[in-house]
Design a protein around this ligand. Structure first.
Ligand SMILES: C[S@@+](CC[C@H](N)C(=O)[O-])C[C@H]1O[C@@H](n2cnc3c(N)ncnc32)[C@H](O)[C@@H]1O
Ligand SMILES: [Zn+2]
Length: 189
């Protein structure tokens, strides 16, 4: 009997998984084929500015584990050209790795003119609307990628303000200099 101490029953495990799965659902959005890339997440009804749309769930991992996974994701990204955007900084000790199939929000694509943003509330991360979003519009947020290896991440967001690459807004000026062109920020809203 003593060896079972601390073990979680199958019933408890199911209950915990069900809770997380339910947290990852939303009545405001669903997954559809995207015009930007692969699958994306679309508004299923009108969403008001600042409204909480969906939780970005994932696996709670220590900073050490996060460092290892971050390196692995970066290596995978440079080998395949895929972007790695799944790890969120949570607390001094913990991060969230959203690379789990039940995390619908992981399918939200990047845009240079995004309509959503990830906000942290306590130890949870939620996707909120940055402005009013009409039913049927694709949800997007800024992946905030570093300019290093920008050529590996061409952006297909299709917005007028698109800078051509998935690069953090804070580095757009540097990107413009590299590409020898005028200020992208002047096109952005
Ligand atoms: C977290 S996934 C988003 C879901 C993805 N569309 C899918 O079907 O799996 C991130 C990947 O989507 C693609 N992606 C997201 N936003 C993009 C954009 N604006 N332009 C081009 N590719 C994008 C990139 O390949 C990136 O590696
Ligand atoms: Zn873009």
């Amino acid at each position: 009997m003593a060896k079972d101490k601390g073990k979680i029953s199958e019933r408890e495990l199911y209950k915990r998984f069900r809770e997380i799965w339910e947290r990852a659902q939303s009545d405001a959005c669903e997954v559809r084929g995207s015009e930007i890339h692969g699958r994306g997440v679309y508004a299923t009804r009108d969403i008001a500015a600042e409204e909480k749309i969906i939780e970005y769930v994932g696996e709670l991992i220590s900073k050490d584990e996060s460092g290892d996974r971050g390196t692995a994701q970066a290596e995978h990204a440079s080998a395949t050209g895929d972007a790695a955007v799944y790890i969120f900084n949570l607390t001094k000790k913990w991060d969230i790795d959203g690379n789990v199939p039940w995390n619908t929000a992981r399918l939200i694509n990047h845009s240079c003119d995004p309509n959503c943003e990830a906000w942290q509330t306590g130890k949870r991360i939620y996707i909120h609307a940055l402005r009013d979003i009409p039913e049927g519009e694709e949800l997007t947020f800024d992946y905030g990628f570093d300019i290093e290896c920008y050529e590996d991440h061409p952006c297909l967001c299709g917005r007028e303000a698109c800078v051509g690459y998935i690069v953090s807004r804070s580095q757009w000026e540097e990107l413009d200099e590299k590409l020898g062109r005028g200020k992208s920020s002047e096109k952005a809203s």
